[in-house]
Design a binder for this molecule. Structure first.
Ligand code: SF4
Length: 328
């Protein structure tokens, strides 16, 4: 059995120093990492415990935005009064994820980094998985691919990103704050996760030794009209077959601006810019909602078992927009 060293980081600089060592993995809530470790998918040599770092505060920013520390639990973020009041979309998405027990342990930083639930990735008895073992192939492409991507996939990997929170964060134009061996940098959440292309082993643009320290939400623009809709096989504790974060800013009864982001359909939260363009300047009639749904899945390429997701996503977009538009 491979032995693992464990060290608790005393501050962010100490964490980065430890995290740059070969085989190091940061551990916060551990809800995804420990699962993957137990099944032999993740093989850390040293665990760097970042759970006690002072990164759990949720603070209002000058100008009306919000900074959520990376170690804030999913529960704390979902239930924070300012999140509930100004970023209802984020609160809804977080509360749609996992179970109460998992949300109490899981951190905001860890949620951004959770790995796909593709069965062929999480079960090492399947031999071919380019994400787990680059160059080995992809058992999902000709296998049971009901939960897999319909947009943005590659011949190397058709997995989906499992995070509800990240879908809402893209719709809210959130920014990830990173700190690493080369200093601090900021990445829009929309650019943080990546498409598989020919390197599906990389889920995000995070670099070795980099630590997520916070997520920043800009001043709220869509607090009056938003909705997170999650469609799944059972009512709780299930990943999305399709989810939609819909946010609308109205000018009278016409749409001034909108965000439509889909989850469960691609290797990253999928922003449907063409669907947003359909809405601008229009009232939310049934015809406009249907056109937005169609535009959201333009270019979709389903596989043998997931063609149902195309129509499901179309209908989910229309429904989420209708729900968002009906709020005041
Ligand atoms: Fe692996 Fe991606 Fe294929 Fe799943 S879809 S088996 S994660 S390469």
């Amino acid at each position: 059995m491979q032995s693992i060293s464990y060290e608790r980081a005393s501050d962010v600089n100490h964490a980065i120093e430890l995290g740059r060592q070969p085989g190091a993995k940061f551990i916060g809530g551990g809800t995804n990492l420990l699962d993957l470790y137990k099944s032999g998918i993740e093989k850390p040599v040293r665990l760097v415990d970042v759970s006690r770092l002072p990164l759990s505060a949720i603070d209002e920013l000058p100008g009306g935005g919000l900074r959520i520390g990376a170690m804030a639990s999913n529960t704390a973020a979902a239930n924070h009064p300012l999140v509930r009041q100004r970023y209802r979309l984020l609160s809804e998405a977080l509360l749609n994820g996992a179970s109460t027990q998992l949300r109490n342990m899981a951190t905001v930083g860890g949620n951004l980094l959770q790995r796909t639930r593709c069965y062929y990735f999480t079960d090492p008895t399947f031999a071919h998985c380019n994400k787990r073992d680059p160059g080995s192939g992809c058992d999902a492409i000709d296998g049971h691919n009901r939960i897999h991507a319909i947009l943005g996939a590659s011949p190397q990997c058709i997995a989906t990103n499992p995070s509800d929170m990240s879908v809402a964060l893209v719709a809210l134009d959130a920014i990830v704050h990173l700190q690493g061996p080369d200093g601090a940098r900021q990445v829009p959440v929309a650019d943080f996760h990546r498409l598989p292309e020919d390197q599906p082993q990389f889920d995000t643009v995070i670099q070795p030794g980099e630590l997520i320290v916070a997520v920043e939400l800009p001043a709220p623009k869509f607090s009056k009209h938003s909705h997170y809709l999650k469609v799944r096989d059972r009512a709780s504790y299930a990943f999305a077959l399709v989810s939609v974060a819909a946010a609308i800013e109205f000018d009278g009864d016409k749409v001034r601006d909108a965000r439509i982001v889909l989850g469960g359909v691609a290797h990253k939260p999928w922003r449907a810019i063409e669907a947003e363009n359909v809405l601008r300047g229009q009232a939310l009639t049934d015809e406009v909602l249907a056109k937005a749904g169609e535009a959201a899945v333009a270019g979709a390429r389903p596989y043998q078992h997931n063609a149902f997701k195309v129509e499901l996503a179309q209908r989910a977009v229309a429904r989420a927009l209708q729900q968002a538009g009906g709020q005041s």
